[in-house]
Structure formats: C-alpha cells, structure tokens
Ligand binder design. Structure first.
Ligand code: DKA
Length: 134
C-alpha cells in the first residue's frame, strides 16, 4: 500500500516553507538553514510492515521507524519532541505530529510521479515537491 512512496526522493521546490516554520515556532537562525536546505526523503518498508522514513540533508538527518496507525515518539529537525502517528488516507500518507497542545500534519502523495508534501499548521500551508532519484 505504501509501495508508491518507497525510494529516494530529492526536493526540487518548496513554497511558503518559511511561513510554515514560523507557525511551528522555529527560530530565525534555524529557518534560514531550513529555507536553504534541499533534503532527500527516503522511505523503505520491510516485510513486517515496519516503515523507515528518513529526511537527509547537510543540515540534519532525521529518521523514524513506525507501523501505520501506531503512535511513536519523534524528535523533529527543529527539535520538537512530538507524539506522531502516520496513516494512509485516500492514498495519502498522513503524518500527524502533536506536542505542547499543538498539532501539525504532513500529507504526502504521489502525483504524476512526483512526491508532494503538504505541510499544514493551522491555516498556514507549505508545499514541497520531490522527484524520484532511485
Ligand atoms: C518535508 O519536506 C517536510 C519537512 C518538515 C520539517 C519541519 C521542520 C523543519 C525545520 C528546519 O518532508
């Protein structure tokens, strides 16, 4: 079911990401680096259904391992400690992070062979597009 997300994806565009990071509460210095960074997004799944999702860049590499619909502890690139759950909803991989009474969602879908990540925090929406590398 998550097969279409498997592989290494390279970010090629990022829209409104600075506003999204501001809404998350990310400070100026980290936003400067975050805006300049073009991460690779790498997703693998093993035969037990354990999904490994990695965001790899010169700034920071983060990795989470989880099963769909099972919550887990995540430390994000901007150092939020979140409770996270990932589910498949209408073909989208939806990652919901909660921390300090706040919530953000990262929705990933494959459209015309590109992976589109829609990041939502309140009414702020950022869209980041990735192309398959391997
Ligand atoms: C993506 O492209 C979304 C990544 C969201 C990261 C939020 C925090 C970044 C702080 C530098 O998959």
């Amino acid at each position: 079911m998550v097969d279409k997300f498997v592989g290494t994806w390279k970010m090629v565009s990022s829209d409104n990401f600075d506003e999204y990071m501001k809404a998350l509460g990310v400070g100026f210095a980290t936003r400067q680096v975050g805006n300049r960074t073009k991460p690779n997004f790498i997703l693998n799944v093993d035969d037990q259904g354990l999904i490994c999702m990695k965001s790899q860049s010169t700034f920071k590499t983060t990795e989470v391992k989880f099963k769909l619909n099972e919550s887990f502890a995540e430390t994000t690139a901007d150092d939020r400690k979140t409770t996270t759950v990932v589910s498949l909803e209408n073909g989208k991989l939806v990652q919901k992070q909660t921390w300090d009474g706040k919530e953000t969602t990262l929705e990933r879908e494959v459209i015309d062979g590109q992976l589109v990540a829609t990041c939502k925090m309140g009414d702020v929406v950022a869209v980041r597009t990735y192309v398959k590398e391997a």
